[in-house]
Design a protein around this ligand. Structure first.
Ligand SMILES: [Zn+2]
Ligand SMILES: [Zn+2]
Length: 159
């Protein structure tokens, strides 16, 4: 089943829920602010055509990457490298970064992509029609975020 994570407009926490067309609002677990949602049968089937939060139709897909884990691993690799540089293993001091790179690559590949709404940044996981969703488009993002343009699900492409 599709998983939806919206950002609470009050406190900025992630609010996760599953599609259910009988539900018209979801509550933030942290500050208890309710957010209105509009879910339909498509959402219950894992098909994403309309955003249940802002009703827009413009989405992009992205690799689901945990930034905190990435940063932590990077710091560990950096410290290890610095430490190794002071030992007799100095010629191999870049090894932690090579290991990190390989690990990162494996991790990155295994994670299924997530879909994100350009307008309200809601995250969707396990989307069935992910093949219909395009990668991030900078121009679309700028026009949606800064000039409130609505592409209505049409992908902007350059000829
Ligand atoms: Zn909240
Ligand atoms: Zn949205």
């Amino acid at each position: 089943m599709m998983e939806i994570t919206l950002t609470c407009k009050e406190c900025g926490s992630g609010v996760s829920f599953h599609p259910n067309k009988d539900v018209s609002e979801v509550e933030c677990q942290i500050c208890h602010t309710k957010t209105e949602v509009h879910m339909n049968e498509d959402h219950e089937k894992g098909i994403l055509k309309d955003c249940p939060c802002c009703k827009r139709k413009d989405f992009y897909k992205q690799k689901d990457f945990n930034r905190k884990v990435g940063v932590t691993l990077f710091v560990i690799a950096a410290l290890l490298t610095l430490y190794m540089a002071t030992t007799q293993y100095a010629p191999y001091s870049v090894a932690p970064f090579i290991i990190l790179y390989i690990f990162d690559f494996a991790l990155f590949k295994r994670l299924p992509p997530v879909v994100i709404c350009y307008k309200c940044q809601t995250i969707f996981r396990k989307v069935c029609n992910i093949s219909e969703i395009y990668d991030f488009n900078h121009e679309m993002n700028d026009r949606i975020v800064y000039s409130d343009h609505d592409f209505k699900g049409e992908q902007l492409d350059h000829h």
